[in-house]
Ligand binder design. Structure first.
Ligand code: AMP
Length: 416
């Protein structure tokens, strides 16, 4: 029998486990408060870093220390120690569940899922299509299970929101037998963010999510766009892996696949070399040497041509996706920017919709320039299509989905 949450328990620990890092947040879904957030970095190295921020009603100072954290097990113990200092330890009966970000859920997982041995085996079976992420996510789940075997562990998949894509958007036009044998299709990523932001945008517009069509532009170091019709994803820019689509911090996004053969035949590069080139040495970094949009802006202001070109390539791709998803949706109610670049870089937002007035899209310069952590509209009143900035909150969304699942009321809207 799988573990069940105690009826009075309202806290959810959210874990985002990377290959050498563990990010976490503790949320109370009873009253919607965030109790703590932090991360353990450089796990397995000599000097790991533990950063913990207490956020509850009696929040204290942020604490940072270096320590030797050998593995994820030790990392979670370090997290438990920090939380205990704040009186919100992981041994508390108030903890209802642990929600895990899992990057790849393939076609099988379209909903958050309580982890069983069978579910874990399926996540493991997906490692070939998510070699960097799923193994770390599995480690996180195993570690948390060992610490609190009595608690439900819930997997919330980055791909889940995109499983509603119609088959014609998910299929690559390649030989069907080969594609099916190797599970080659478009899955999409950042789904938790796209789900949260599209729903939050409907709320900002005072409309029911089932009524609105939204283009979500998640522009962080990784970047993806999605077309969401009535709350359901109908297309997204990332594909088999997070490499496809927009120009990103270090990833190329769309390229002619023949680039790979060309480099392998003519530059003597191996598969791994080209993989590293397209994932780690491309995008903004490849174009101008920097992946931080703030630095790129500084360089542009100082007259740097390479930085200018990098910005223009980035924005051009973004604009093409806005146009493509406008056509896919037919009617668009809002274009919404989120994540590090989308939430902060007013110039990117302005440039991405510049010249699209015929599509009903415009940005009000004054509203766009306002710096704020709130969800807000930045389009002028006359514009037919709303343009919005909505800070993403993947942890809250994971906690909500986890809590709703263990309470048996999926769709509940705790918090906010
Ligand atoms: P994320 O992956 O969502 O954390 O986004 C990280 C990226 O956001 C960084 O690489 C920067 O390019 C960008 N970013 C963060 N803060 C700002 C800012 N104030 N202005 C412009 N870009 C920013």
């Amino acid at each position: 029998m799988s573990p069940t949450a105690s009826p009075s328990a309202t806290r959810v620990l959210v874990l985002n486990s990377g290959s050498s890092s563990l990010k976490y947040q503790l949320l109370d879904m009873g009253d919607g408060t965030r109790l703590a957030a932090g991360l353990v970095e450089r796990i397995g190295e000599e000097s790991s870093r533990v950063v913990h921020t207490p956020l509850g009603p009696d929040a204290g100072e942020k604490r940072e220390r270096t320590a030797e954290v050998a593995d994820h097990d030790a990392a979670l113990k370090a997290v438990a120690e920090e939380l205990s200092k704040d009186g919100v330890g992981l041994d508390s009966p108030e903890l209802a569940a642990v929600g895990h970000r899992v990057v790849h859920g393939g076609l099988r997982f379209s909903e958050p899922t309580v982890v069983t041995d069978e579910v874990l085996a399926e996540i493991e079976r997906l490692v070939p299509v998510a070699p960097l992420h799923n193994p770390a996510n599995i480690t996180g789940i195993r570690t948390a299970t060992a610490l609190r075997p009595d608690l439900p562990q819930v997997a919330v998949f980055d791909t889940a929101f995109h499983t509603t894509m119609p088959e014609y958007a998910a299929r690559y036009a390649i030989d069907t037998e080969t594609a099916d044998a190797h599970r080659v299709r478009r899955y999409g990523f950042h789904g938790t963010s796209h789900a949260y932001v599209s729903a939050r945008t409907a709320k900002l517009l005072n409309r029911d999510p089932s009524e609105v069509n939204v283009i979500v532009l998640h522009l962080g170091n990784g970047a993806s766009a999605s077309a969401v019709a009535g709350g359901r994803c109908v297309d997204t820019s990332m594909g088999l892996t997070p490499l496809e689509g927009l120009v990103m911090g270090t990833r190329s996004g769309d390229v002619d696949p023949a680039v790979v053969f060309h480099l392998s035949r003519n530059a003597g590069m191996s598969n791994d070399d080209v993989d590293a080139l397209l994932n780690k040495k491309s995008g903004l970094v490849g174009l101008c040497g920097d992946n931080d949009m703030r630095e790129i802006r500084r360089r542009i202001d100082a007259g740097d041509e390479r930085a200018r070109l990098a910005f223009d390539v980035y924005v051009h791709r973004l604009k093409k996706y806005i146009g493509a998803y406008y056509a896919v949706l037919g009617r668009v109610d809002a274009v919404v920017f989120t994540a590090g670049v989308g939430e902060n870089a007013a110039e990117v937002r302005a440039a991405a919709v510049a010249g699209l007035e015929e599509l009903g899209l415009a940005v009000d310069a004054g509203l766009n320039a306002v710096r704020s952590g709130e969800a807000r509209l930045i389009s002028p009143e006359y514009a037919r299509v709303a343009v919005a900035v909505v800070p993403t909150d993947e942890e809250l969304e994971i906690a909500r989905q986890t809590y709703a699942l263990v309470r048996g009321d999926r769709g509940a809207d705790a918090g906010e």
